[in-house]
Design a protein around this ligand. Structure first.
Ligand code: ADP
Ligand code: ASP
Ligand code: MG
Length: 411
């Protein structure tokens, strides 16, 4: 007997028939003698619909109230899933994040999980129940409803698996595993039987939405056995996230690059003519961090005239907030020439642990983009990743030509 956490995404619970389908799969696992905890997302489109409603009332919705609204999507699907299980004669009980007590910090809309009280779930499991837990939501120390950021149900699933000491966390979605890149963009993309945790972390952090990055972080920290599978297939092993790089090397033909991620969600902020002196980076990024705005890439170039141009990227949703935060300071004590924002950018990244032992990956990437006339605006690298910022309109082309250049297609 194993304890398995199964997370089902929005398309997998999009209507009553699909929820019945989820219940049938859960029933099969129960019949095998396993204990099952189910985590569900809202029906696909529902979270966007709720955000839209909030914005009709207040264009930039108050974060606390937005969480009160968007968390309702998952409250509907836990009830429906529990009902569907009962209809199959299976004991089931639904739980909101508050009812479990998934304790988070109070960063509304992007809260972090601090602790999960696993006692009630454990005793219900022992009594033969399937526990159906709402993804994406938690509760802060003051009892406020919080949400974990878009795609956050993945994180609920993995965090629950960690807290319960589950044998496996299965992420059921609308593709049958992790591919070399988004198969919706590149139909030739190839499914990976396994991928290392490090690569998955890079792909997720570079924008591959198949798993929310925090879910991968949790899996790494607590060594949760994590698998991505399709909820529409009866069988198939999906993609296993592995912790040993060695396990990948069973074939000499293992590619150097495992995958390509892309992200249209970032915007670029550039401050021109910044005096080149100590403390400037802090003066610019300090207030941004204080406002809880995440910064991704940063570059700075010193020009001949003793000033520098300072560029960084933030989430598109936070560009205006960052701009208004810095505008006064730029003209004031920072004494820079001007500040501007550009949200027509995209980031494309190639990821692979094989890069460590191979030189020339960057030059191959840059040559491939140059051959298509695609200008690179920013570059950032890690041991296993090279990321570039380009004009948004070339993003799809860039992903396709890189996928081909690195020979990632299905054989
Ligand atoms: P869910 O609602 O089940 O959480 P998501 O839409 O969040 O599903 O994630 C699944 C989607 O991720 C797929 O439909 C696919 O378009 C996209 N995706 C992006 N990159 C990849 C990749 N490398 N491999 C597989 N799917 C990917
Ligand atoms: N329903 C939430 C969203 O759409 C959480 C999730 O689906 O993972 O982002
Ligand atoms: Mg998702």
């Amino acid at each position: 007997m194993a304890l398995i956490v199964q997370k089902y995404g929005g398309t997998s619970v999009a209507n009553p028939e699909r929820i019945r389908n989820v219940a049938r799969r859960v029933a099969r696992y129960k019949a095998m003698g396993h204990q099952v905890v189910v985590v569900v997302s809202a029906m696909s489109g529902e979270t966007n619909r709720l955000i839209g409603l909030a914005k009709e009332i207040m264009p930039d919705p108050d974060p606390r109230e937005l969480d009160v609204m968007v968390s309702t999507g998952e409250q509907v699907t836990i009830g429906m899933t529990a009902l569907a299980l009962m209809e199959l004669g299976i004991k089931a009980k639904s739980y909101t994040g508050t009812q479990v007590k998934i304790l988070t910090d109070n960063a509304f809309n992007k809260a972090r999980i601090l602790n999960i009280d696993e006692h009630n779930l454990k005793s219900d499991l022992a009594d033969g129940y399937v526990c159906v837990v709402a993804g994406f939501q938690g509760v802060d120390a003051n009892g406020n409803i919080t949400t974990l950021g878009r795609g956050g149900s993945d994180t609920t699933g993995v965090a629950l698996a960690a807290a319960l000491g589950a044998d496996e966390c299965q992420i059921y979605t609308d593709v049958d595993g992790v591919y070399t890149t988004d198969p919706r963009l590149v139909p030739e993309a190839r499914r990976l039987d396994k991928i290392t945790f490090e690569e998955m972390l890079e792909l997720a952090s570079q924008g591959s939405k198949v798993l929310q990055i925090r879910s991968v972080e949790f899996a790494g920290k607590y060594k949760v056995k994590l698998r991505v599978l399709s909820s529409f297939d009866e069988d198939g092993d999906g993609t296993l996230i592995t912790f040993e790089e060695d396990s990948k090397d069973d074939s000499m033909e293992e590619p150097i690059i495992s995958g390509i991620a892309f992200n249209r969600d970032e915007a670029k902020i550039t401050i021109l003519g910044v005096p080149d002196k100590p403390g400037i980076a802090y003066q610019i990024l300090g207030p941004v961090a204080d406002a809880n705005i995440d910064v991704d890439m940063i570059i700075q170039n010193v020009g001949a005239d003793g000033t520098t141009d300072f560029t960084f990227t933030v989430h598109k949703n936070e560009m205006n907030k960052a701009l208004s935060l810095l505008r006064d300071k730029v003209q004031g004590h920072i004494q820079a020439r001007e500040i501007n924002g550009d949200d027509k950018i995209a980031k494309v990244s190639v990821v692979g642990v094989g890069m460590r032992s191979h030189v020339g990956i960057a030059s191959q990437m840059f040559r491939t983009l140059a051959e298509e006339g695609i200008n690179i605006q920013m570059i950032s690298t890690s041991e296993i990743k090279i990321a570039v910022v380009i004009d948004e309109k070339y993003m799809e082309l860039a992903v396709r030509v890189l996928h081909k250049a690195f020979e990632l297609e299905a054989k």
